[in-house]
Design a protein around this ligand. Sequence first.
Ligand SMILES: [Mn+2]
Length: 319
Amino acid sequence: MTAFDVFNGDADGICALHQLRLAEPRDAQLITGVKRDIALLQQIIPTQATTVTVLDISMEKNVDALQSLLAADVPVFYADHHVPGDIPQHSALTAHIDTDANICTGLIVNRILNNQHLRWAVTAAFGDNLHSAAKEAAAPLNLSEIELMKLEELGTLMNYNGYGSSLDDLFFAPDVLYRKVQPYENPFDFITNDDAFKILQQGYTSDMQRAESIDAHWQSESCALFVFPDDPFARRVSGVYSNQLARENPDRAHALASLLADGNYLISVRAPLNNKTGADELCRQFPTGGGRKAAAGINALPADQLGAFREAFSRQFSS
Ligand SMILES: [Mn+2]
């Protein structure tokens, strides 16, 4: 019998767990994965669990496994900011769910802990790209501009580390990165004393430079399509790089097509920042496509449909 800590492998998941365990230490088995590996709860056999903590993964995507744990009367503490679906009503479940667009799981945990480890909550918010919420939350810390930028960089790098199609793509498996931050109550000490920050900083810089050296495969006034090779760097950087492209060209829609080992393309679409609509409509025209209005994707676009995708992309965003 053992306790389990289950968390998303990005900055928000790691910083949420870190705050909680600084306040309430517990010897638990860790369950996590790459950022998009979110069906994590099913890895637990209910009869082997004494208590389960779940952070920053959608309840909707884990509800069957959650029901099994609750049916076995396993106490579950659940904090998250994704749309939860129907939250099970059970005395063994403690749920802190807040889907406000300016909230992340690290900030939810911070609220529960009354700012006890606020620096790590600010790091989480930067990691989830919630820059104004991060700065607002940081106010009681009276940080200098330089210190705030360091936390922004730490959050960005921990978030970047979570992207990849498998753990092999990552610089640090998320549980390893969590173990590295675990001894540090103060993120500035982690930045100074652990080599992880420098390793991620170098990886990020080099991956971003490689991404920037790739010209648009096709572009118009209103859209740009980039094609990335089948290479770990492309899988690591695609999320943060498309965010940067969108910030730099707020009136333009962006699509990033990453070649997969099987010859298909993984497609990420970002609607223009100044008109966040249409990404889901475009992607749903293709099998394995889906997402939200502002950000959507296609999991496996057959290579011979890249031309058809480009035409649909252009149609969707030309105005
Ligand atoms: Mn999150």
